[in-house]
Design a protein around this ligand. Structure first.
Ligand code: CA
Length: 755
């Protein structure tokens, strides 16, 4: 009898879904926030948001309009704002803020700022809380397009809440009886004149008094209920010592849409606790898509903090109408369309790892993104390269094609490849109206000479290298979808990287339209023909043809020696055309790993290149060193700008044991995983497990590998192996396995080797 009962219990327990583990506890949203103009440790802010959320919330330490919205070393908070862009360099858009005030009413952002201490701060994805030195506590919990906030004023003290309309045109309308404020702000980049962020805020306590104010003139109109103008804001007074909750959402479409979203996202939540708990559930489910075991608590904290940051993108820019259909305001043509739209990313950063991570974990969303890119192209005539949320054309390259091809070769075929190739050919043979990455700077010369000449064009060598890679992606998509017209065009261009390689110095260099190399070459010199880097950093941007690069550089021995030299050269800087130290230079010097500048994108894949030349163990060594030395879960947790999930995704993939060296192929190059076990749960529920027996901070070298119980010798793993589900089992050890992964067929994809 007793036995039967136990058995029954066992069966019952077994059939229950496993409880979602608490992984939110590992996330520190303050990771990387101790950043400033001269030196960034992530350039992040304590983002309170749901995964891919359209709106995020953050405390604000910087002045209105300052991209540095929250800096860890600052002593006061001046508001709690709806935020969007992740980086101070791109500043932000559609911002407005609330600030609780006690004592005399102070509306001005400097005067109302209140001191705070990090000891009184809780910073989690689903919940932010701070007790200000004046005794007011602010709490925030997010939904995808809104938030639940709570302000607790000190006993018997006066209770004011100031709404700040930020830097440009804004409008407020107060409804005292309904305990509601509606309005809009229109601060934004690269958007049509009709761009508005319509907000609605609903309070759970009656207003004692209220009024409007103007942040430009610092004037207050007590009792006024309506104002429109530059920096128009509102204030409300509640009874002394009040605790007040506000539900707030916004829409780029209309006030009615914002109200609809408020009902949909926050209607069921009576209290902030309920919103907070629901957000924790969403995050725990999300983060448990990668369950890591083993490793130290700090390694888990770093991993999940990075995974959190990577999961803020792709940022939604769509809403759901009354019938639940996705729709969006287009920042490209100023109209409302049905379908999905995304924003706030620069492909120059994120084509490398952030998008590839999404192809593994969120293929459905990624498929929608591909459609959204082509929709954007129809609306503005160009493929996006950097959305602010309209097209900015910042940085270099035409990496939309990398995203499209990467999706296609991984089975995410939601778009018309003919349309994609046609749009890409237009990019490659024109210069668009915006920045350098909108169409192509130097496209004619690139076609005629086979490279972009310098000094005729700035950053010309970097552009040549990235155009050649993008053309490979165009070729790859054309080949995969049987479009010989496009295949022929891009096949002619994809080896153009060879035209900027100077055999006499052994570096990728600037050359003018006559073919002459730039005089007075110094490989330590930044800028000029390079983007945010020097010759040491740009040597490796031949993602698609490392064997071709090895050939250019005189064979494997020379190639390996050059990779080694990146670490053994002094960490010195010649500021070159930058004219002074930029933060990326300072970060390289500080990392003290020679010329290895992990804090910026151009070199982030370099370590993995040892796998192409017969010394995979060096990749294993260096990748673990970089993860150990340059990342942690604190406010100083990144080696430079985080950049829209890219640097976080580098860490997430690397900690799993592989990296997307060449998006547009279906391979990930193997490094050395941090954890004893990592289980990736795919969208369809299948699981891919990476087990690393005997793994610890000394045993970083892979001795042998098995994929699904069969010996596995390749230095890469295929996307389809991940998505089929299975187990990659590694034996780790403290000494390099010098004879492993040397065979030509074990090496990752290279165009020259695979022709
Ligand atoms: Ca960067």
């Amino acid at each position: 009898m007793r036995y039967t009962f136990l058995l029954f219990l066992l069966v019952l327990t077994d059939s229950l879904p496993a409880a979602t583990p608490d992984l939110v506890k590992y996330v520190n949203t303050l990771q990387g926030t101790n950043s400033k103009h001269e030196l960034t440790r992530g350039n992040t802010y304590p983002t309170t948001a749901l995964p891919f959320g359209m709106n995020t919330w953050s405390p604000q330490t910087g002045r209105n309009g300052d991209g540095w919205k929250y800096q860890y070393f600052k002593k006061t908070i001046r508001g709690f704002q709806q935020a969007h862009q992740c980086s101070s360099w791109s500043n932000d858009y559609a911002v407005f803020s609330f600030m609780p005030v006690t004592g005399q009413l102070k509306v001005n952002e400097d005067e109302r700022a209140a001191g705070f201490s990090h000891d009184n701060e809780t910073a989690k994805p689903n919940y932010y809380k701070v007790k200000l030195d004046n005794g007011i506590t602010t709490e925030m919990a997010p939904t995808e397009r809104g938030a639940h906030l709570r302000f607790s004023f000190p006993a018997n003290g006066s209770s004011y809440l100031v709404l700040d309309g930020y830097t440009k045109l804004s409008s407020v309308k107060i409804f005292p009886k309904e305990r509601k404020i509606i309005g809009y702000v229109n601060n934004g980049h690269y958007v049509p004149d009709n761009f508005r962020n319509y907000f609605v805020a609903v309070f759970d306590k009656p207003f004692k008094s209220y009024g409007t104010w103007e942040n430009r003139k610092n004037t207050v109109s007590a009792g006024a209920v309506e104002l429109e103008g530059e920096g128009a804001g509102a204030y409300i007074e509640f009874k002394p010592g009040e605790q007040v909750q506000v539900k707030v959402t916004s829409s780029y479409i209309s006030t009615e849409q914002a109200e609809l979203t408020l009902k949909r996202e926050l209607g069921n939540f009576k209290t902030l606790e309920a919103t907070k708990a629901a957000a924790a559930e969403v995050w725990n489910r999300h983060l448990s898509r990668i369950l890591v075991e083993g490793g130290t608590e700090e390694e888990k904290s770093t991993f999940y903090s990075c995974f959190f940051r990577a999961s803020l993108f792709s940022r939604q820019f769509f809403e759901y109408d009354k019938d639940g259909k996705p729709c969006y305001y287009s920042a490209y043509d100023g109209k409302v369309h049905y379908g999905y739209m995304f924003t706030d990313t620069g492909f120059w950063d994120t084509f490398r790892a952030q998008f590839p991570l999404n192809t593994i974990l969120y293929p459905t969303m990624h498929g929608r993104y591909m459609q959204a890119m082509l929709a954007a192209q129809e609306q503005c005539g160009w493929l996006p390269s950097w959305s602010f949320p309209g097209e900015g054309g910042s940085m270099i390259g035409n990496h939309a094609i990398s995203l499209l091809t990467d999706a296609w070769v991984k089975g995410i075929t939601t778009f018309d490849p003919e349309q994609a190739l046609k749009a890409y050919l237009k990019e490659a043979t024109n210069k668009g109206p915006w920045g350098p990455a909108n169409g192509r700077h130097g496209w004619k010369e690139y076609f005629q000479l086979g490279y972009v000449p310098y000094p005729e064009y700035g950053e010309a060598t970097a552009k040549t290298l990235e155009y050649a890679y993008d053309d490979f992606c165009g070729y790859q998509l054309a080949k995969a979808t049987n479009k010989p017209f496009y295949e022929k065009i891009f096949a002619r261009q994809m080896y153009n990287y060879k035209n900027v390689y100077d055999p006499s110095t052994g570096f990728m260099r600037g050359r003018n339209s006559k073919g002459e190399w730039k005089a007075n070459f110094d490989p330590f010199e930044w800028g000029g023909p390079y983007t945010e880097g020097n010759a040491w950093h740009w040597q490796w941007s031949v993602f698609h043809d490392i064997q071709g690069l090895i050939g250019l550089m005189g064979g494997e021995k020379n190639f390996i020696a050059k990779l080694d030299s990146v670490f053994s050269e002094p960490n010195k800087v010649n500021v070159g055309t930058y004219g002074g130290m930029i933060h990326e230079m300072t970060e390289m010097v500080m990392a003290n790993m020679g010329q290895y500048a992990h804090g910026n994108q151009p070199i982030q894949h370099m370590i993995y290149l040892y796998n192409y030349a017969g010394e995979p163990w060096k990749a294993q060594y260096h990748v673990r060193e970089v993860m150990r030395k340059l990342y942690n879960s604190t406010e100083n947790g990144y080696p430079g700008d985080e950049d829209q999930g890219q640097t976080s995704s580098w860490y997430v993939l690397s900690a799993l044991g592989f990296y997307s060296v060449c998006p547009g192929t279906d391979q990930y190059v193997i490094g050395s995983p941090v954890f004893a076990k990592a289980t990736i749960t795919l969208e369809d529920g299948k699981k891919f497990v990476i087990e690393a027996d005997n793994n610890n901070q000394q045993n970083v070298y892979i001795q042998s590998a098995k994929l699904n119980a069969e010996a596995y010798t390749a230095n890469y793993i295929r996307h389809s192996d991940l998505t089929k589900g299975g187990i990659l089992k590694l034996q780790m050890g403290s000494t390099p396995a010098l004879n492993k992964g040397l065979n030509p067929e074990d090496r990752p994809f290279s165009l020259s080797a695979n022709r």
